[in-house]
Write a protein that binds this ligand. Structure first.
Ligand code: NDP
Length: 499
């Protein structure tokens, strides 16, 4: 196996990085029409990496017009699926070829450990593009079982122009979860990355051109949610929006659709995952490790983070000690150091937000057992210690609201039914996990938990072949798997009478 570069190697490479920092419209990098830019900050140091084009409504209009023109031309939308497949495979190959650079951009921009961006984010993003490419020439339309004197074709067609608005926690991966199926099914896309982490998405623009995807099919608009994001949501010529982010903004997209052209909307809006550990847990060590990584991985900035640990009262003390032992080893460090397992929080606002939740937890009477403070402040960056609360009541703010930081809330229960009730007592329903040796408890819980994904005796398992998305206010519509493709298509029925 090739040796992982050292922190010094990555830092040397970072000095020579050329940041693409403009919008990518109709195959070219362009400044925002207004000429405005915003600072792109490295959360590990607080330093400005580059100034990025602040696209707004005018730029959205330009990008949507380019996307529409490309769609109507048929250069992509009517290309044979097998030919689209080849271009997307090429894109995936280019992403792997430039994986080191993309991983470095992701880590510098967002603060996640280079170990994760290079071994998880970038390979998974490329795999998502490749998987969708592979799928698209293996899908058949249908003929309905009607009267034999007619033929009724049930076919799928691309929506047209798709807006993709994505968050900062897995910047390139979230972009590719939208781009993969949207492009595979023949749509044109206008993508707005989060303002905190636009660099990999911008770089991807160039790679789509190199892969031979026609100009105008992929447009990337860095900018703010209230301007560029809103303009995409309200645009009358955008046929569908695929969104990942907070429930609050997800609801705005529903309003935007109602106020404009009733565009399709799909939402992936976070969660408050219950991680349930029964007294008959088959492997306490594995469960404790999963509970710790489930909340501290990616600095806790994960929509399905196991932020509520629900443990049987009889084993709570022993179990929590084990979780904290793992957590102690995950102290935040320089994201460019390959040994670092927890990096920097994405920006100062999020740092303060998470610290605010920690204060709220203390005030409401939860017992702070570990961490709770800012770390490495001398670096100029935004780090938080892995934090564990015990004696949490599910009605507390830290148990109900999505913190999006490395903060675990521990809640105890006596009966399995109580664990399910507490687990479901949240506005979210993205994911849930349960550890038990009893097959009946496992099946009953899996059915009763109102969540889009349930893990039994494991946590955070995932594959491109399985759908991801939530119940309740975690949103609707699924990313990944064959099911995601239908989100980007319309069903058409064509009747042909035989004479
Ligand atoms: P937001 O929901 O605010 O942002 C997600 C995307 O929507 C970004 O591209 C953002 O742009 C855009 N956006 C923001 N406001 C608007 C608006 N008024 N109209 C249109 N688009 C808008 O999430 P944040 O990134 O600010 O994170 C806040 C919280 O959201 C987190 O703490 C977490 O709770 C949750 N979250 C959930 C995620 C998930 O995977 N489910 C991922 C990330 C966040 P911009 O960045 O420019 O504001």
């Amino acid at each position: 196996m090739a040796e992982m570069p050292s922190a010094e190697d990555w830092k040397r490479e970072a000095i020579h990085l050329h940041f693409r920092n403009q919008a990518f419209i109709e195959g070219k990098y362009v400044a925002a029409r207004s000429g405005k830019t915003f600072d792109c900050v490295n959360p590990a140091t607080g330093e400005v990496l580059t100034k990025v084009a602040a696209s707004d409504k005018e730029d959205v209009d330009r990008a949507v017009a380019a996307a529409r023109k490309a769609f109507e031309s048929g250069a992509w939308s009517r290309m044979a699926p097998a030919a689209r497949k080849k271009k997307l495979q090429k894109l995936a190959e280019l992403m792997i070829k430039h994986a080191g650079e993309l991983a470095l951009l992701e880590t510098l921009d967002m603060g996640k450990p280079i170990r994760d961006s290079s071994s998880i984010d970038i390979p998974a993003a490329a795999n998502c593009i490749a998987w969708n490419a592979e799928a698209v020439d293996k899908l058949y339309d249908q003929i309905a079982p009607t009267d034999p004197n007619v033929v009724a074709l049930v076919t799928r067609e691309p929506l047209g122009v798709v807006g993709a608005v994505v968050p900062w926690n897995f910047p390139l991966l979230m972009a590719c979860w939208k781009l993969g199926p949207a492009l595979a099914t023949g749509n044109s896309v206008v993508l707005k990355p989060a303002e905190q982490s636009p660099l990999t998405a911008i770089r991807l623009g160039e790679l789509t051109a190199e892969a031979g995807i026609p100009e105008g099919v992929v447009n990337i608009l860095p900018g703010f949610g209230e301007t560029a994001g809103q303009a995409i949501g309200l645009h009358d010529d955008v046929d569908g929006v695929a969104f990942t982010g907070s429930a609050e903004v997800g609801k705005l997209f529903l309003q935007y659709a109602g106020r404009s052209n009733m565009k399709h909307v799909s939402l992936e809006c976070g969660g408050k995952t219950p991680h349930i550990v029964m007294a008959d847990c088959p492997d306490i060590e594995a469960a404790a490790k999963a509970a710790a990584f489930g909340i501290f991985f990616n600095q806790g900035e994960v929509c399905n983070a196991g932020s509520r640990l629900l443990v049987d009262r009889r084993i709570k003390d022993e179990f929590l000690d084990k979780v904290m032992k793992v957590g102690e080893r995950l102290q935040p460090g320089d994201p460019l150091d390959p040994k670092t397992r927890m990096g920097a929080i994405v920006d100062k606002t999020q740092l303060e937000r998470v610290l605010g939740y920690i204060e709220a937890g203390k005030k409401e009477g939860a017992e702070l057992r570990m961490g709770g403070k800012r770390a490495r402040a001398e670096s100029g960056g935004f780090y938080i210690e892995p934090t564990v609360f015990d004696k949490v009541d599910n009605r507390m703010k830290i148990a109900q609201e999505e913190i999006f930081g490395p903060v675990l809330s521990t809640i105890t229960f006596v009966e399995p039914e109580e664990a399910i009730r507490i687990g479901n007592d949240t506005m979210y329903g993205l994911a849930a996990a349960i550890w038990t040796r009893d097959i009946n408890t496992a099946h009953r819980a899996a059915k009763a938990l109102r969540a889009g994904v349930v893990w039994v005796n494991c946590f955070d398992e995932g594959d491109m072949s399985t759908p991801f998305g939530g119940f309740k206010q975690s949103g609707f519509g699924r990313d990944k798997s064959i099911h995601a493709l239908s989100k980007y298509t319309e069903l058409k029925t064509t009747w042909i009478r035989l004479h």
